[in-house]
Design a protein around this ligand. Structure first.
Ligand code: FES
Ligand SMILES: [Fe+2]
Length: 310
C-alpha cells in the first residue's frame, strides 16, 4: 500500500469476536476487544509461519494469544509471550469508529478533533461501501472542486486556497445548490430573478490520504454537521469506504434526532454513487494534462506524499 497515517479501519459493530482481522492494503490488522469493551490494534500475522491470529487463535493471558497453527504464544505488543510478538498500532475508538495510525506520522490533531466531536456532537456510525478506486481518490473528492458541477449537480463552486495547518490539509469551499431536504429548508432561498438556490460553506480537512472530516454549513446553511469519510485500500484494487456523520448536541445536551443523520448519510451515499461510474472506469495509465483548475488537487497530491510508506 502506498500511504500511511490515520485510517478508520473499522466500525466497532464489525468486530464481532474477541479477535477480528481487518485488511488494510497489503497488511492485516488484528483488532482485539478487551474485557472493558475497548479495542486494541496489532499486526494479525503470526511471525512463526504466517497464520492469521484471528483464524482460530485464542487469548490465553493478558496480551497473549495462542496461534491457531502450531500453538506458539504470541505477545500482543511485546513482553510476556515467548519469543514471538506482534506490533501494536496506536488506535482510537470513538462512538463506534475505530481508527489506527499506520506508520510513524504526525497526529495532525486527529485525536483532538475526535475528542471535540465526542463531547459536543453525537457521532452516528454510518455506512460501508466498496468502490473500485484508490482510497486517495475518494479523499481527493473533497478537494477536486472542478468535478462538483458535472458529477454532483452543484450550480456553482467557490474555492479557497488550501493550506496545511498543523499537518492537516485544510480547504474551504462554498457550494451553491438547489434547495433540498437538508439545505434551503427555511426562507431565503428565493432570489430576485425567481431562482431558488442556497449556498453551503464547507471546511474540509484531510488527516491522511485515507481520512477526511468535512464541516458542512460552517457559518451558514441548515443543519450544520461534520462528515467523517474514510477509505482503505483492499488487495483487489477496491476501496472500503466508511462514512459517518456528527451532529451538534441540542442546547440542553440531548442527542440530535437520528432521522437527520439518516437523511445526511443518504445524501452522502448518493454522492458516492454519482462518483462511482467515473471512478470505476478511470484510465490510470495516461499522463494527466492538468489545468489551473486542478491546482488544489495537485497540492493535495503533494500533501499525500508526506504519508508515503515506500
Ligand atoms: S504459524 Fe503461528 S505458531 Fe506456527
Ligand atoms: Fe465526488
Amino acid at each position: 500500500m502506498r500511504y500511511g497515517g490515520w485510517q478508520q479501519i473499522a466500525f466497532e459493530r464489525e468486530l464481532t469476536g474477541e479477535l477480528t482481522t481487518v485488511p488494510v492494503g497489503n497488511r492485516r490488522l488484528l483488532c482485539v476487544r478487551g474485557k472493558d469493551g475497548g479495542v486494541e490494534v496489532f499486526d494479525a500475522i503470526c511471525p512463526h509461519r504466517g497464520a492469521d491470529l484471528s483464524a482460530g487463535g485464542k487469548i490465553i493471558g493478558d496480551h497473549v494469544v495462542q496461534c491457531p497453527y502450531h500453538g506458539h504464544k504470541i505477545a500482543l505488543g511485546g513482553e510476556g509471550g515467548g519469543p514471538y510478538c506482534v506490533r501494536r498500532y496506536r488506535s482510537i475508538t470513538v462512538e463506534g469508529l475505530v481508527f489506527a495510525m499506520l506508520g510513524d506520522f504526525e497526529d495532525g490533531k486527529l485525536p483532538e478533533m475526535l475528542e471535540y466531536l465526542r463531547t459536543t456532537h453525537k457521532i452516528f456510525a454510518g455506512f460501508e461501501k466498496t468502490i473500485k478506486v484508490a482510497p486517495e481518490m475518494v479523499i481527493e473528492n473533497a478537494f477536486d472542486w472542478a468535478h462538483f458541477p458535472t458529477v454532483h449537480d452543484v450550480l456553482k463552486v467557490t474555492y479557497g486556497e488550501p493550506e496545511v495547518i498543523d499537518g492537516v490539509f485544510t480547504a474551504t469551499t462554498t457550494l451553491r445548490v438547489e434547495p433540498s431536504m437538508w439545505q434551503g429548508t427555511g426562507d431565503g432561498q428565493h432570489h430576485d430573478d425567481g431562482s431558488t438556490w442556497v449556498e453551503v460553506p464547507l471546511l474540509a480537512r484531510a488527516y491522511s490520504p485515507n481520512l477526511t472530516i468535512t464541516q458542512v454549513a460552517v457559518g451558514g446553511g441548515d443543519h450544520p454537521h461534520y462528515v467523517i469519510a474514510a477509505a482503505i485500500a483492499q488487495l483487489d484494487g477496491t476501496s472500503r469506504i466508511r462514512l459517518s456523520v456528527a451532529i451538534p448536541r441540542n442546547p440542553d445536551g440531548s442527542e440530535p434526532a437520528k432521522e437527520l443523520a439518516d437523511i445526511i448519510l443518504q445524501f452522502e451515499s448518493m454522492g458516492l454513487e454519482q462518483d462511482r461510474p467515473v471512478w470505476e472506469n478511470l484510465a490510470l495509465d495516461i499522463t494527466p494534462q492538468y489545468t489551473s483548475e486542478d491546482a488544489n488537487v495537485l497540492s493535495y497530491r503533494k500533501f499525500c506524499e508526506r504519508f508515503s510508506l515506500e
